[in-house]
Design a protein around this ligand. Structure first.
Ligand SMILES: [Zn+2]
Length: 266
């Protein structure tokens, strides 16, 4: 998400929350007793980090014809999640060509609605955790946004914007490299990074870009999802979680960092 990550996301999430059904509603008690609990990106962090209930995971990739992500992107995403999420029965990728029947730009509500229509299963199904990435045609309603995370299990990557963000010099970074990073970045938000559902003991959140890392070498660096990425980050794009990100996730898993707003807790 862009600069207005926290406020816009929360407001929109609250507005549509009454429309959410089933799987989200029945687990509400796990919102740590907070009566104002609203599921956000990060609300399924513990379901991913722990294997106590969810022993396997499916990364569902729903792409519009012509917008299938590079194999390098989905491979990298799987690798990065395997690094931090305990899933003894494996993490699988499910690629599905989908016509979202949507014209014009996309809002966060559009991503939620179309994601919900396209998804094969509810996020919490049996012992499997389903997270979903949409690769639609068209752009996000806010200029310069390459990707968004819109609820605990859904992200979208805007391929047209990713292509336009390619660097001018010998096409470096390439759109493929940018797509690699943006995809991992948005799923990093689903993991609660940075400080979305906890407060890190380390000061690595960028105060000017809430929910993002201040380290240019972290995939959670704020500029990763910006169309200015080629201008802001010189050299190699970050495509992995940095040590602070990894320490946060390890602390959450171990229980040494307090977590909130969870749909499921071990
Ligand atoms: Zn972001």
């Amino acid at each position: 998400m862009g600069r207005n990550f926290g406020i816009t996301l929360l407001t929109v999430t609250m507005m549509i929350f009454t429309g959410l059904s089933g799987c989200i509603g029945e687990d509400l008690d796990f919102g740590l007793g907070d009566e104002n609990f609203v599921p956000i990106p990060g609300s399924l962090t513990m379901a991913c980090l722990s294997s106590q209930k969810y022993t396997s995971m499916v990364l569902e990739i729903d792409y519009e014809p012509g917008y299938r992500p590079e194999t390098s992107s989905t491979d990298l995403l799987k690798e990065r999640l395997e690094q931090v999420c305990d899933k003894p029965d494996g993490i699988d990728i499910l690629l599905t060509e989908t016509n979202f029947q949507h014209s014009g730009s996309w809002s966060a509500d559009d991503v939620r609605d179309k994601g919900s229509e396209a998804k094969s299963n509810d996020p919490q199904t049996g012992t499997t955790l389903y997270w979903q990435a949409l690769f639609p045609s068209g752009e996000y309603e806010t200029d310069g946004v390459l990707g968004v995370a819109v609820n605990p299990s859904t992200v979208a990557i805007f391929g047209d914007s990713v292509d336009e963000a390619e660097g001018p010099f010998f096409s470096r970074p390439s759109s493929e490299e940018i797509e690699n990073c943006v995809l991992v970045h948005e799923f990093g938000h689903l993991l609660g990074l940075v400080n979305l559902v906890y407060q890190s003991p380390v000061d690595h959140e960028d105060p000017d870009h809430p929910g993002h890392s201040n380290n240019e070498e972290s995939v959670m660096y704020w500029a990763v999802e910006s169309s200015e990425i080629s201008n802001i980050i010189s050299g190699q794009l970050p495509d992995e979680f940095d040590q602070d990100d990894l320490d946060d996730l390890a602390g959450l898993k171990a229980g040494t960092i307090e977590i909130e707003k969870q749909l499921w807790l071990p």
